[in-house]
Design a protein around this ligand. Structure first.
Ligand code: ACO
Length: 719
């Protein structure tokens, strides 16, 4: 990229003192009209400069024939002229020291015109301008306020900030947030993300006092590593709710063609963004808005994780209990304390266990007392209030409960409602939702809000724990580079077994003792004098990568006779497989008894989206079928590596089942951290995979049995 002039902070994007609209039009069906109309309607107090070569007047404002005629510097220029004229348009903006360009115009990288887009960004950067878009609907910021979008005219102000890659969905979200009673501190469309992206914006929004919750809609990431770095810090301070489309393979293809950028593989995205750096990942836009609304109204973090369900029906109580498990909400179960709290407010035939069942005869009075008891108790930290329509408890009672317990006395604890019933109930729900009450007909929707909030709570409470006890492993990077240089000299992109072993040794990863022998005599010597039977023989040839496929591996050789037979057999098979193969010798290694160990797989690779990443999973031959693996971005801490191991479904195998000893999980953590270090420091390496890494009993260590290392192709290095 060409040299940049210094940039301003994003303050003037969100709080511009002056705004120019390039392509302002008197034609009310054009975007250039709508943007000016919206800016005026939003009550913007700064200077507005509509620009159009025809001049004249627009909505009571003087129209300038050129931005050069404006006697002012411009903080924000909104561009709504056709793509072919945009470069010329922004060249004129540079004359007025414009700080930010909001390029609404479509027709750039999303339709393959990458060069044109790059040209615009380069020009902007050379002149100290930053670019939002192109292909966006604009920006609304409650700070001024300013609505420089061509979306809805009136936007309710509040504390939720939305950053969206999809313009159409973004405009729809403005309407939806209005219906749901969610006020916005900002909504910004990032479109093609040619310059400013979601990471830049959330770095600003985390410092913005008005913003309590940030919502991101992402289709594809261009700079995953940057987002990870920013989210690591931001999620420890503010909740970031993320909707990422393209979860399915088909969805990912649609997203890629829609935005012109590739959607990252979803499992890596999920593990890195949600599990490693604390993003609150919602499955749908509706779920994201439910969470945003709920979290935005909370006054302070809960004092703990004891949740209680208050219900008039056993069925929805059980459903809510299931939902709590799904969303990681922990139900308080000290029965004695629960009895003390709820006995005075529960009928004798109800239940004070959690769910607290105030029974089908409960009127609003019962609800009020039960909720009040929960609010008053220091042992209870959050409340899920449920109700089914009954002959006694009807729609008007629902309103009384919510008005008295939510709207009149705003709760000091997180309180979420789910009420289920007929048409009157639904109307009541709709009205209350519009007043900002977190109330849903489905218990899962209600509980998911609390689940998301508790995830945020844990991000905040345990933020520092991630870094405790983390010591960077020391690896001999120079020795690894020597090996790589040798492989490069030999014009290869893969390492032979002895080379991979040297890398493992240099990284301090335990490997079985192995030697490469030139002939049978030497092989017998190593088997009998150095290693001891049983042993394994493997053919060593740079022409044969998959040794097993070529019959180049012989296992469990117990004595000299077996060794001699196997030696001849693997040579014969290898030559049959590839007659012109150059065979350097055989590798001899101790046969390891796998039965006392769990086979794991540990890998590291450079991901297209997130850069260097590591993988841990259940290893062995079924790894592709079971796909029981977890991913993390590099760098990662010891506790992140340990959480990654806990995440796999087979984790109980590592803890030891049916009386087995627990396995050496610390040893696995160490291998993960060392591979992370290699992939982070050796820019030549693209993939490392060790399968299996045998995890023996606790404190008995781990062994990397089979290691494959690939180098980046020279072309990707240049890139
Ligand atoms: N400086 C100032 N004004 C200019 C210039 C210039 N250099 N060049 C042209 N104009 C004027 C035009 O004369 C016209 O004014 P007029 O109505 O008085 O004649 C006005 O600017 C607009 O130019 P038009 O050629 O009429 O362009 P039009 O308004 O039809 O389209 C637009 C421009 C909207 C930018 C179009 O090219 C486009 O990209 N549309 C798609 C926008 C979009 O969807 N963005 C993504 C949003 S997100 C989502 O999906 C919802």
């Amino acid at each position: 990229m060409t040299e940049k002039k210094a940039f301003s902070s994003l303050e003037y994007l969100f709080k511009p003192r002056s705004v120019a609209i390039i392509g302002a039009s008197n034609n009310s069906s054009k975007i250039g009209f709508k943007v000016v109309d919206n800016i005026i309607a939003s009550g913007y107090k700064g200077n507005i400069y509509p620009i159009n070569p025809k001049g004249g007047e627009l909505l009571g404002l003087k129209v300038f024939k050129s931005i050069e005629d404006v006697d002012d510097n411009i903080d924000l220029a909104t561009i709504c002229i056709p793509a072919d004229y945009v470069l010329e348009g922004i060249q004129s903006c540079a004359v007025k020291n414009t700080k930010f360009l909001s390029i609404i115009t479509s027709g750039f990288s999303e339709i393959g015109k990458l060069k044109e887009e790059e040209e615009i960004v380069n020009y902007a950067h050379q002149h100290g301008m930053r670019v939002l878009g192109p292909n966006i609907f604009g920006i609304f910021s409650a700070k001024c306020p300013i609505n420089a979008t061509f979306g809805n005219k009136y936007i309710e102000q509040g504390s939720v900030a939305i950053v969206t890659q999809s313009g159409a969905l973004g405009i729809a979200m403005i309407g939806k947030t209005d219906t749901e009673g969610i006020g916005l501190s900002a909504i910004v469309s990032v479109g093609n993300k040619s310059d400013l992206d979601e990471a830049d914006l959330i770095e600003y929004l985390v410092e913005d006092e008005e913003t309590k919750v940030i919502v991101l809609y992402i289709e594809g990431l261009k700079e995953g590593e940057k987002l990870v770095k920013v989210l690591r810090n931001v999620t420890r301070r503010k909740p970031v709710i993320i909707i990422k489309s393209g979860r399915s393979k088909r969805g990912a293809m649609a997203a890629a063609s829609h935005t012109g950028s590739l959607a990252g593989a979803d499992n890596v995205f999920e593990d890195v963004i949600s599990r490693q750096v604390g993003g609150l990942r919602a499955l749908s836009v509706q779920e994201a808005l439910n969470w945003a609304k709920f979290i935005a109204v909370q006054k302070e973090l809960p004092k703990g994780e004891n949740a209680v369900i208050v219900t008039n029906g056993g069925g929805i109580g059980v459903l809510a209990t299931d939902a709590c498990e799904s969303y990681n909400v922990s139900l308080y179960d000290n029965r004695e304390v629960l009895k003390t709290i709820f006995d005075p407010v529960t009928p004798s035939f109800g239940s004070t266990k959690n769910p607290v069942d105030i029974t089908g005869q409960a009127s609003s009075d019962f609800y009020e007392k039960a909720i009040q008891a929960a609010i008053d108790s220091p042992d209870i930290h959050s409340i899920i209030c449920l109700g089914c329509e009954t002959g006694i408890f009807n729609a008007s009672e629902l309103n009384t409960v919510v008005q008295n317990k939510y709207l009149n006395i705003f709760p000091k604890k997180p309180l979420v409602f789910s009420f289920f019933g007929g048409a009157d109930f639904e109307t009541g729900l709709f009205t209350l939702k519009g007043k900002g009450v977190p109330i849903y007909s489905d218990v899962y929707e209600a509980v998911s809000c609390l689940g998301a909030y508790y995830k945020h709570y844990r991000n905040m409470i345990y933020a520092e724990d991630h870094d405790i006890g983390h010591k960077e492993p020391i690896i001999d990077i120079e020795e690894i580079q020597v090996v790589i240089d040798e492989v490069r000299k030999d014009n290869r992109h893969f390492l032979l077994v002895p080379e991979a072993m040297r890398v493992m040794e240099a990284a301090g990863i335990p490997i079985p003792k192995s030697f490469v022998c030139k002939d049978l005599k030497e092989t017998i010597y190593y088997a009998e004098e150095i290693i001891g039977y049983p042993v394994v023989l493997k053919i060593v040839s740079k022409d044969i990568i998959h040794k097993s496929d070529a019959g180049g591996v012989a296992l469990n050789l117990e004595n000299r006779n077996e060794l001699i037979d196997a030696y001849e057999a693997i040579f014969n098979s290898a030559y049959k497989f590839k007659p012109d193969a150059k065979i350097t010798g055989v590798e001899i290694v101790k046969m390891i008894k796998k039965k006392d160990a769990v086979e794991t797989i540990i890998g590291a690779r450079v991901d297209n989206t997130f850069g260097p990443t590591v993988m841990f999973g259940l290893g062995g031959i079924y790894v592709e079928v079971l796909k029981d693996v977890a991913f993390r971005a590099v760098p990662l801490t010891r506790s992140e590596a340990s959480n990654m191991i806990k995440q796999i479904r087979s984790y109980p195998l590592l803890l030891g089942v049916r009386g087995e000893d627990p396995k050496d999980i610390d040893g696995c953590v160490e291998v993960i951290l060392r591979l992370a270090k290699i992939i982070q420091l050796c820019s030549d390496i693209s993939d490392i995979e060790i399968n299996p890494v045998l995890a023996f009993a606790q404190n008995k260590g781990v062994l990397a049995i089979d290691t494959r290392i690939l180098l980046k192709s020279q072309s990707s290095e240049v890139k």
